[in-house]
Every structure is written in structure tokens, then in C-alpha cells.
Design a protein around this ligand. Structure first.
Ligand code: ATR
Length: 286
């Protein structure tokens, strides 16, 4: 399994707090091996108080690129040299590319979610899309979906002020409304619902963000949580006969765009999907 590491090996990594459960190292190292890239991908547990030092250290030693995960996606912007237009709008960076010492930040989360929907032939145009959550992931998905001509976006969040803030930043682009979990029309009218919160994520596998029985029969339910692959939300939606999309396609597509940004090559999606499903203990991918 181990490739030869030499003085030319390019180093990529993930920073987050925590990072121990990430499957990104497995996905990227599998790609490097498969494509013969002389690279290695590691995961570093970086506490918020050490973020500035970590990023300037990466620059000093020439780390070629890194992913950024919870809780650093917003704060990292302060320590890099350039943020692309979409990431600036979203106000979160999850991919940094080191271009000859200039650290450039991007956001591939929204792209990943959109590609996941498209890969299941889900069209956004004219549809009512309900996003659950108003954090970084929801922001990325909301801004990306806003450009796909949706009929309406509802943003449902536990803390209403955060939903209001996100809706405000989308105003003028799209018909968008902030909602609380008591605004049942946000569920009843939805054509597509995306859980952008961490509710249902391991170890809290018996939690679900809302009651699926509120949804229309034709509603598509997507969860960005990928561990477990089948969350309680998706299990309940499936039992009602609704179309579901788990968190793996989004994970894979956002990683594929990161790979493209770093290596300038389109990676094999199927290999990435299989690697991710296998890592999460799912052997039958059908
Ligand atoms: P991320 O960058 O992954 O989106 P985040 O910015 O911390 O992470 O946002 C997490 C989202 O999940 C928020 O919308 C949060 O709701 P609040 O804004 O009210 O905190 C939501 N969330 C987390 N735990 C939740 C729970 N138990 N019930 C409902 N919403 C929850």
C-alpha cells in the first residue's frame, strides 16, 4: 500500500478540530496511488488558537494544498492571500491551493452538493428548495443553488437570526425566506430538502432534524451527513417512498474539485465513491 516517499513528494493535508474520523486522507491517497501522483495527504488536528501558526507554517515549508474543515472554514480566510469570488460570497473556504507561495482559497462544498443533485437527475430550476441549517455548509449550498434559478428557497434554522442573516445575504438573487422549524409550509411545499446540519451524524445516529411525514410524495431528500451513510432522516424518507441522496456524492464531488484545483486533473469519480463507501462499511453501493 505504501508508495515510496522521496524528496520530491508533494504534501497535501486536512486541518480541522477534530479530524480523526475524516475519510479524506483515504480518498486522496488512493487517488495519488491510482494516478501515479507523487503526493501524500495527511490529517492534522489544529486547535483554533494554532490556526495562524499552522497556515504560516504550511507556507514556510511549501505544503502544496490543504482542505479546511470545522471549525476553521471562516477563520482561515484571515490567514491566506487570496479568496476567490464564490468563496468570498459564501464567506467560507474549504480548499487552499499553494501557488508558488501564494495561498489561494476556494469553496467546493456548494459545487459538490449541486453535482450530487445533478447526478441523481434532480433539477433545481423552478423548484422549492428547503435547506435545514444556516451554518457554513448551508451558506455554500444556498449560494450555489441560488444561481440555478430555483422557484424559492426556504432556510430553516434552530436559531432564526442565522437563517435571517443568510436569507438577507441572498436577497435580490432569489426568492428566499428564513423559517423556524415551526413553519411547516417550508416542509410541506418543498420539492427538495437538504439537511445541512450535523443532526444524525455519528455518534448521534438516532437523531433526525425533522419529521419526514410532512413532505410531499415527490420530494427529494438529501443529507450532507455521510457517517452513517444512511442517516435516520434518509431511512425514514425511504420508508415513505421518497427519493433520497446520501452524503457520499457531495463529499466525493467536493473532493474531486479540490483535486482538480491542486493537480489540474479530473479524478476518477467511481474510484472515489467506492473508496468512500468501503471506508464507511458499505459494500453494496447500488
Ligand atoms: P457547518 O459549517 O458544518 O455548517 P456550523 O456553521 O456550526 O457548521 O452550522 C451548524 C448548523 O447545524 C447550524 O445551522 C446549527 O443550528 P444553529 O445555528 O441554531 O446552531 C445546526 N445544528 C447543529 N446542531 C443542531 C441541532 N441539534 N438541532 C438543530 N440544528 C442544529
Amino acid at each position: 500500500m505504501l508508495r515510496l516517499i522521496d524528496a520530491k513528494t508533494k504534501v497535501y493535508c486536512l486541518i480541522g478540530d477534530p479530524v480523526e474520523h475524516s475519510i479524506s486522507p483515504l480518498i486522496f491517497n488512493t487517488l495519488f496511488k491510482h494516478l501515479g501522483v507523487n503526493g501524500v495527504y495527511l490529517a492534522f488536528h489544529v486547535k483554533p488558537e494554532n490556526l495562524a501558526d499552522a497556515v504560516s507554517g504550511f507556507k514556510a515549508i511549501g505544503i502544496k494544498g490543504f482542505n479546511v474543515t470545522i471549525p476553521h472554514k471562516i477563520q482561515v480566510i484571515k490567514f491566506i492571500d487570496y479568496v476567490d469570488a464564490k468563496a468570498k460570497l459564501i464567506n467560507a473556504v474549504n480548499v487552499v491551493n499553494n501557488c508558488n507561495g501564494v495561498l489561494k482559497g476556494y469553496n467546493t462544498d456548494g459545487y459538490g452538493a449541486l453535482k450530487a443533485l445533478k447526478s441523481f437527475d434532480v433539477r433545481i430550476s423552478g423548484k422549492t428548495v428547503t435547506l435545514i441549517g444556516a451554518g457554513g455548509a448551508s451558506r455554500a449550498i444556498a449560494f450555489t443553488i441560488a444561481y440555478e434559478n430555483p422557484g424559492k428557497i426556504y432556510i430553516v434554522n434552530r436559531t432564526l437570526s442565522r437563517a435571517e442573516e443568510l436569507a438577507y445575504s441572498l436577497r435580490g438573487r432569489v426568492d428566499v425566506r428564513p423559517c423556524s422549524f415551526n413553519d411547516l409550509y417550508a416542509f410541506k411545499e418543498a420539492d427538495i430538502v437538504i439537511n445541512c446540519t450535523s443532526v444524525g451524524m455519528y455518534p448521534n445516529v438516532n437523531e433526525s432534524p425533522f419529521d419526514c411525514s410532512l413532505l410531499k410524495d415527490e420530494c427529494v431528500v438529501m443529507d450532507i451527513v455521510y457517517n452513517p451513510v444512511e442517516t435516520k432522516l434518509l431511512r425514514e424518507a425511504k420508508a415513505l417512498g421518497l427519493k433520497t441522496i446520501n452524503g457520499i456524492p457531495m463529499l466525493v464531488y467536493q473532493a474531486a474539485l479540490a483535486f482538480k484545483i491542486w493537480i489540474n486533473q479530473d479524478p476518477p469519480i467511481e474510484l472515489m465513491m467506492n473508496t468512500a463507501y468501503k471506508a464507511l462499511g458499505v459494500s453494496d453501493v447500488s
